[in-house]
Ligand binder design. Structure first.
Ligand code: PMP
Length: 290
Protein backbone atom coordinates (compact mmCIF):
# COMPACT_ATOMS: atom_id res chain seq x y z
CA UNK A 1 0.00 0.00 0.00
CA UNK A 2 1.39 3.39 -0.92
CA UNK A 3 0.82 6.01 1.74
CA UNK A 4 -0.29 9.48 0.83
CA UNK A 5 2.50 11.22 2.73
CA UNK A 6 1.46 14.19 4.82
CA UNK A 7 4.09 16.45 3.26
CA UNK A 8 2.98 15.80 -0.30
CA UNK A 9 -0.65 16.79 -0.68
CA UNK A 10 -2.72 19.43 -2.37
CA UNK A 11 -4.33 22.21 -0.38
CA UNK A 12 -3.37 24.94 2.08
CA UNK A 13 -2.02 25.22 5.60
CA UNK A 14 -2.35 28.30 7.79
CA UNK A 15 1.26 29.10 8.68
CA UNK A 16 2.27 32.08 10.85
CA UNK A 17 -0.71 34.15 9.76
CA UNK A 18 -0.83 33.26 6.07
CA UNK A 19 -2.36 30.55 3.92
CA UNK A 20 0.59 28.65 2.45
CA UNK A 21 0.48 25.98 -0.27
CA UNK A 22 0.50 22.59 1.53
CA UNK A 23 3.87 21.44 0.13
CA UNK A 24 5.55 24.76 1.04
CA UNK A 25 4.59 24.65 4.75
CA UNK A 26 8.12 23.66 5.82
CA UNK A 27 10.45 24.13 8.79
CA UNK A 28 14.25 24.24 8.74
CA UNK A 29 16.18 21.19 10.04
CA UNK A 30 17.71 23.45 12.71
CA UNK A 31 14.52 24.07 14.61
CA UNK A 32 14.40 24.06 18.40
CA UNK A 33 11.01 22.32 18.43
CA UNK A 34 12.47 19.41 16.50
CA UNK A 35 15.70 18.99 18.47
CA UNK A 36 14.56 19.80 22.01
CA UNK A 37 10.86 18.93 21.95
CA UNK A 38 9.68 22.53 22.45
CA UNK A 39 6.48 21.89 20.56
CA UNK A 40 2.81 21.65 21.51
CA UNK A 41 -0.17 20.67 19.41
CA UNK A 42 -3.88 19.94 19.33
CA UNK A 43 -6.20 17.50 17.64
CA UNK A 44 -9.64 18.85 16.81
CA UNK A 45 -12.56 17.31 14.91
CA UNK A 46 -14.94 18.74 12.37
CA UNK A 47 -18.38 17.17 12.15
CA UNK A 48 -20.78 18.25 9.40
CA UNK A 49 -18.68 21.34 8.74
CA UNK A 50 -18.72 22.45 12.41
CA UNK A 51 -15.67 22.47 14.67
CA UNK A 52 -16.34 20.54 17.88
CA UNK A 53 -15.18 22.30 21.10
CA UNK A 54 -12.96 24.78 19.25
CA UNK A 55 -12.79 27.08 22.28
CA UNK A 56 -11.60 24.31 24.63
CA UNK A 57 -8.97 23.05 22.19
CA UNK A 58 -7.66 26.55 21.45
CA UNK A 59 -7.45 27.37 25.16
CA UNK A 60 -5.58 24.12 25.75
CA UNK A 61 -3.11 24.90 22.94
CA UNK A 62 -2.34 28.29 24.46
CA UNK A 63 -2.03 26.75 27.91
CA UNK A 64 0.21 23.92 26.67
CA UNK A 65 2.58 26.58 25.31
CA UNK A 66 2.55 28.39 28.66
CA UNK A 67 3.38 25.11 30.42
CA UNK A 68 6.45 24.87 28.15
CA UNK A 69 7.34 28.47 28.97
CA UNK A 70 6.16 30.26 25.84
CA UNK A 71 3.28 32.47 24.75
CA UNK A 72 1.68 31.93 21.37
CA UNK A 73 1.97 35.14 19.32
CA UNK A 74 -1.77 35.09 18.49
CA UNK A 75 -4.82 35.69 20.65
CA UNK A 76 -7.49 33.10 21.34
CA UNK A 77 -9.82 34.89 18.89
CA UNK A 78 -7.14 35.09 16.18
CA UNK A 79 -6.41 31.38 16.50
CA UNK A 80 -10.11 30.49 16.37
CA UNK A 81 -10.59 32.62 13.26
CA UNK A 82 -7.51 31.05 11.66
CA UNK A 83 -8.84 27.57 12.41
CA UNK A 84 -12.19 28.39 10.80
CA UNK A 85 -10.43 29.89 7.77
CA UNK A 86 -8.34 26.76 7.40
CA UNK A 87 -11.28 24.36 7.23
CA UNK A 88 -13.15 26.70 4.90
CA UNK A 89 -10.15 26.90 2.57
CA UNK A 90 -9.79 23.11 2.68
CA UNK A 91 -13.55 22.47 2.32
CA UNK A 92 -13.54 20.13 5.29
CA UNK A 93 -16.93 18.65 6.15
CA UNK A 94 -15.89 15.70 8.33
CA UNK A 95 -12.27 15.88 9.28
CA UNK A 96 -9.45 16.59 11.63
CA UNK A 97 -7.55 19.77 12.47
CA UNK A 98 -3.97 19.81 13.69
CA UNK A 99 -2.82 23.13 15.21
CA UNK A 100 0.85 23.11 16.25
CA UNK A 101 3.18 25.66 17.88
CA UNK A 102 6.94 25.39 18.29
CA UNK A 103 10.14 27.27 19.03
CA UNK A 104 12.10 28.31 15.92
CA UNK A 105 15.78 28.52 15.04
CA UNK A 106 17.24 31.74 16.51
CA UNK A 107 19.05 29.84 19.26
CA UNK A 108 19.97 26.17 18.91
CA UNK A 109 20.85 25.01 22.39
CA UNK A 110 18.91 24.14 25.51
CA UNK A 111 18.35 27.82 26.17
CA UNK A 112 16.00 29.30 23.61
CA UNK A 113 15.00 32.58 25.24
CA UNK A 114 14.90 34.59 22.01
CA UNK A 115 13.38 32.00 19.67
CA UNK A 116 10.38 32.98 17.62
CA UNK A 117 7.23 30.97 18.31
CA UNK A 118 5.74 29.57 15.12
CA UNK A 119 2.16 28.41 14.68
CA UNK A 120 0.58 26.33 11.95
CA UNK A 121 -2.90 24.90 11.46
CA UNK A 122 -3.48 22.01 9.05
CA UNK A 123 -6.70 20.13 8.35
CA UNK A 124 -7.77 17.14 6.33
CA UNK A 125 -10.76 14.90 5.69
CA UNK A 126 -10.63 12.03 8.15
CA UNK A 127 -13.67 10.00 9.09
CA UNK A 128 -12.47 7.50 11.77
CA UNK A 129 -9.35 6.73 13.86
CA UNK A 130 -9.87 3.03 14.65
CA UNK A 131 -11.37 0.77 11.97
CA UNK A 132 -15.12 0.07 12.03
CA UNK A 133 -14.38 -3.61 12.58
CA UNK A 134 -12.12 -2.86 15.60
CA UNK A 135 -14.76 -0.53 17.08
CA UNK A 136 -17.50 -3.14 16.77
CA UNK A 137 -15.59 -6.02 18.37
CA UNK A 138 -13.85 -3.78 20.91
CA UNK A 139 -10.15 -2.92 20.71
CA UNK A 140 -7.44 -5.21 21.99
CA UNK A 141 -5.05 -3.40 24.36
CA UNK A 142 -1.64 -4.58 25.45
CA UNK A 143 -0.22 -3.41 28.77
CA UNK A 144 2.67 -1.08 28.02
CA UNK A 145 6.03 -1.37 29.69
CA UNK A 146 6.16 2.45 29.76
CA UNK A 147 4.60 4.47 32.58
CA UNK A 148 3.05 7.93 32.43
CA UNK A 149 5.64 10.13 34.10
CA UNK A 150 5.28 12.06 37.34
CA UNK A 151 4.15 15.70 37.05
CA UNK A 152 7.49 16.90 38.45
CA UNK A 153 9.42 15.18 35.64
CA UNK A 154 7.68 16.76 32.62
CA UNK A 155 4.69 19.14 32.17
CA UNK A 156 2.13 16.32 32.09
CA UNK A 157 -0.90 18.63 31.73
CA UNK A 158 0.37 19.97 28.40
CA UNK A 159 -0.28 18.37 25.03
CA UNK A 160 3.43 18.54 24.27
CA UNK A 161 5.21 16.59 21.53
CA UNK A 162 7.78 15.11 23.94
CA UNK A 163 5.11 13.32 25.94
CA UNK A 164 4.30 11.18 22.90
CA UNK A 165 7.71 9.51 22.62
CA UNK A 166 6.63 6.71 24.98
CA UNK A 167 3.21 6.56 23.33
CA UNK A 168 4.72 5.73 19.94
CA UNK A 169 7.02 3.14 21.55
CA UNK A 170 4.05 1.59 23.39
CA UNK A 171 1.77 1.60 20.37
CA UNK A 172 4.40 0.09 18.06
CA UNK A 173 5.12 -2.68 20.58
CA UNK A 174 1.37 -3.42 20.83
CA UNK A 175 0.81 -3.38 17.07
CA UNK A 176 3.81 -5.64 16.49
CA UNK A 177 2.10 -8.25 18.66
CA UNK A 178 -1.32 -7.99 17.05
CA UNK A 179 -2.95 -5.55 19.50
CA UNK A 180 -4.68 -2.32 18.50
CA UNK A 181 -3.24 -0.05 21.16
CA UNK A 182 -1.48 -0.02 24.53
CA UNK A 183 -2.66 0.80 28.04
CA UNK A 184 -0.23 2.62 30.28
CA UNK A 185 0.06 2.64 34.04
CA UNK A 186 1.30 5.78 35.77
CA UNK A 187 4.54 6.24 37.70
CA UNK A 188 2.81 4.94 40.87
CA UNK A 189 1.41 1.83 39.16
CA UNK A 190 -2.19 3.06 38.84
CA UNK A 191 -4.12 2.66 35.58
CA UNK A 192 -3.59 5.80 33.49
CA UNK A 193 -4.63 5.95 29.81
CA UNK A 194 -4.08 4.58 26.33
CA UNK A 195 -1.53 6.14 23.96
CA UNK A 196 -3.93 8.83 22.76
CA UNK A 197 -7.17 8.40 24.69
CA UNK A 198 -8.55 8.33 28.25
CA UNK A 199 -9.78 5.22 30.06
CA UNK A 200 -13.23 4.42 31.52
CA UNK A 201 -14.22 1.28 33.43
CA UNK A 202 -17.71 0.11 34.32
CA UNK A 203 -18.12 -1.75 37.59
CA UNK A 204 -21.61 -2.70 38.77
CA UNK A 205 -23.35 -0.01 36.75
CA UNK A 206 -21.04 2.81 37.84
CA UNK A 207 -18.32 4.45 35.78
CA UNK A 208 -14.83 4.68 37.23
CA UNK A 209 -12.11 6.70 35.55
CA UNK A 210 -8.53 7.46 36.63
CA UNK A 211 -7.89 10.88 38.19
CA UNK A 212 -6.00 12.90 35.55
CA UNK A 213 -3.19 14.09 37.81
CA UNK A 214 -0.31 13.02 35.53
CA UNK A 215 -1.90 12.76 32.07
CA UNK A 216 -4.20 14.75 29.83
CA UNK A 217 -7.66 15.52 31.23
CA UNK A 218 -9.24 15.01 27.81
CA UNK A 219 -11.92 17.28 26.43
CA UNK A 220 -13.82 14.19 25.26
CA UNK A 221 -13.34 12.68 28.73
CA UNK A 222 -15.09 15.62 30.35
CA UNK A 223 -17.85 15.62 27.71
CA UNK A 224 -18.53 11.91 28.22
CA UNK A 225 -18.57 12.30 32.01
CA UNK A 226 -21.30 14.95 31.57
CA UNK A 227 -23.24 12.71 29.17
CA UNK A 228 -23.08 9.80 31.63
CA UNK A 229 -24.21 11.97 34.54
CA UNK A 230 -27.08 13.32 32.40
CA UNK A 231 -28.21 9.68 32.08
CA UNK A 232 -28.09 9.30 35.87
CA UNK A 233 -24.97 7.12 35.79
CA UNK A 234 -22.60 7.75 38.68
CA UNK A 235 -19.07 8.74 37.58
CA UNK A 236 -16.24 8.25 40.05
CA UNK A 237 -12.75 9.70 39.49
CA UNK A 238 -10.13 7.94 41.56
CA UNK A 239 -6.83 6.12 41.53
CA UNK A 240 -7.48 2.64 40.17
CA UNK A 241 -5.14 -0.33 40.54
CA UNK A 242 -4.69 -2.72 37.60
CA UNK A 243 -5.79 -5.66 39.83
CA UNK A 244 -9.25 -4.07 39.90
CA UNK A 245 -9.75 -4.92 36.23
CA UNK A 246 -11.04 -8.32 37.39
CA UNK A 247 -14.13 -6.54 38.79
CA UNK A 248 -14.81 -4.65 35.56
CA UNK A 249 -17.64 -5.48 33.14
CA UNK A 250 -17.10 -2.90 30.37
CA UNK A 251 -14.19 -0.75 29.26
CA UNK A 252 -14.03 2.10 26.79
CA UNK A 253 -11.67 4.84 25.68
CA UNK A 254 -12.44 8.47 24.92
CA UNK A 255 -10.61 10.99 22.78
CA UNK A 256 -11.07 13.51 20.02
CA UNK A 257 -9.82 10.93 17.54
CA UNK A 258 -11.03 7.80 19.37
CA UNK A 259 -14.47 9.30 20.25
CA UNK A 260 -16.05 6.60 22.48
CA UNK A 261 -14.35 3.33 21.54
CA UNK A 262 -15.14 0.04 23.29
CA UNK A 263 -12.37 -2.22 24.58
CA UNK A 264 -12.73 -5.97 24.08
CA UNK A 265 -9.50 -7.12 25.66
CA UNK A 266 -6.72 -5.90 27.95
CA UNK A 267 -3.77 -8.28 28.01
CA UNK A 268 -5.37 -11.72 28.53
CA UNK A 269 -8.65 -10.45 29.98
CA UNK A 270 -11.71 -10.18 27.73
CA UNK A 271 -14.64 -7.76 28.00
CA UNK A 272 -17.94 -7.57 26.15
CA UNK A 273 -19.17 -4.37 24.54
CA UNK A 274 -21.92 -3.62 27.05
CA UNK A 275 -25.03 -1.47 27.24
CA UNK A 276 -23.49 1.57 29.02
CA UNK A 277 -20.69 1.77 26.46
CA UNK A 278 -23.15 1.45 23.58
CA UNK A 279 -25.39 4.11 25.08
CA UNK A 280 -22.51 6.57 25.48
CA UNK A 281 -21.27 5.87 21.94
CA UNK A 282 -24.71 6.95 20.67
CA UNK A 283 -24.94 9.91 23.06
CA UNK A 284 -21.50 11.15 22.01
CA UNK A 285 -22.22 10.74 18.30
CA UNK A 286 -25.33 12.92 18.76
CA UNK A 287 -23.53 15.44 20.97
CA UNK A 288 -20.85 16.18 18.35
CA UNK A 289 -23.55 17.10 15.82
CA UNK A 290 -25.26 19.67 18.05
N1 PMP B 1 -4.54 11.32 26.28
C1 PMP B 1 -3.68 11.50 25.27
C2 PMP B 1 -2.26 11.08 25.46
C3 PMP B 1 -4.11 12.06 24.07
O1 PMP B 1 -3.26 12.23 23.05
C4 PMP B 1 -5.47 12.43 23.92
C5 PMP B 1 -5.94 13.02 22.63
N2 PMP B 1 -5.76 14.41 22.60
C6 PMP B 1 -6.34 12.21 25.00
C7 PMP B 1 -5.84 11.67 26.17
C8 PMP B 1 -7.78 12.61 24.92
O2 PMP B 1 -7.91 13.99 24.91
P1 PMP B 1 -9.08 14.73 24.12
O3 PMP B 1 -10.35 14.06 24.55
O4 PMP B 1 -8.98 16.13 24.58
O5 PMP B 1 -8.82 14.54 22.69
Amino acid sequence: MTLLSFDDRDGFIWFNGKMVAWRDAKVHVLTHGLHYGSCVFEGVRVYNGKIFKLREHTERLINSGKLLGFDLPYSLEQLETATKETIAKQNIVNGYIRPVAWRGSEMMAVSAQRNKIHVAIASWEWPSYFSKEARERGLRLQMSKWARPAPNTIPTASKAAGLYMICTLSKHAAENEGFDDALMLDYRGFLAEATGANLFLIMDGKIHTPTPDCFLDGITRRTVMDLARARGIEVIERHIKPEELKNVQEVFLTGTAAEVTPIGQIGEQKFTVGSITKQLMVDYSLCVLQ
